[in-house]
Design a protein around this ligand. Structure first.
Ligand SMILES: [Zn+2]
Length: 258
């Protein structure tokens, strides 16, 4: 019995070590050891994306899709991560949110698209999601919280097990990111917006609008201010990144808790 346990332990460690990949991440500017390399990350995205698209109605409006694709293309052209093919789709639901999946998938909800004033604001939201993908926040979160389940998704296990992994992965989409990840995605988005020729200040304007909406209806599930929290502090981080200096009111915002 003891030998069996030891065998399983060794097998597990072997699987873990074989899967690990250490590489320099251009977005985070750090050497990172990840359980899932790009190939596995893409496979996870490829497996989960169709489930999401089966669960939600995808908007078929050609003009909206062209607008999203045009903005995404400009952001991706200047982003730090070129080892992926990026996809963008609109979900036909009156929800103010945008989410991304490991492997290059971005989803923007119709409710958010209807509330932006211009392409620059929409580009701010899309660049933030691309920032989560280039910094690999989704895949890192998944490997920390659902390592075993994510492994099931990429393995050839039985359908029931794969399904439970996929469901958890979908749920993890709607979990909030950490403050560190949010700030990092914002800093990256300002960099990408500037390079792509969009006005990063539009992002501040849209964050302020989101903040006001969130205060009206703070309990709304699956909304932007729940999955991408710390909006006040994020406004300060974005301001700081745009101007390169920390204003006193932004400093107060960063040390505050709202
Ligand atoms: Zn975010």
């Amino acid at each position: 019995m003891k030998t069996r346990k030891l065998f399983f332990f060794i097998a597990l460690v072997t699987v873990f070590l074989q899967g690990c990949a250490t590489e320099y991440n251009l977005a985070t500017k750090k050497q990172e050891t990840l359980l899932y390399g790009t190939e596995k990350e893409v496979k996870i995205g490829e497996t989960i994306a169709p489930k999401i698209e089966a669960q939600y109605d995808i908007l078929t409006d050609v003009d909206v899709n062209e607008r999203l694709q045009r903005i995404l293309d400009r952001i991706v052209a200047v982003c730090d991560r070129k080892d992926l093919v990026y996809f963008i789709k609109a979900i036909d639901e009156d929800l103010i949110n945008a989410v991304s999946l490991p492997g290059g998938y971005v989803y923007v909800f119709r409710g958010l698209i209807e509330r932006v004033d211009n392409d620059d604001q929409l580009a701010g939201v899309i660049a933030h999601e691309v920032g989560h993908i280039t910094a690999k926040h989704g895949i890192k979160r998944m490997q920390n919280a659902y390592a075993a389940l994510a492994l099931q998704i990429v393995s050839t296990q039985t359908n029931a097990r794969v399904a439970s992994g996929v469901n958890l992965a979908i749920n993890s989409l709607f979990l909030e990111y950490s403050q560190k990840d949010e700030f990092e995605a914002d800093r990256l988005s300002v960099k990408y917006l500037k390079k792509a020729g969009y006005d990063p200040k539009a992002m501040v304007a849209f964050l302020k609008k989101l903040k006001a909406e969130g205060e009206k209806d703070p309990l709304k599930k699956y909304s932007y201010w729940r999955t991408h929290p710390y909006i006040s502090q994020r406004i300060s981080v974005v301001n700081q990144e745009i101007t390169g200096k920390l204003e006193f009111k932004d400093y107060l915002n960063l040390i505050g808790n709202d």
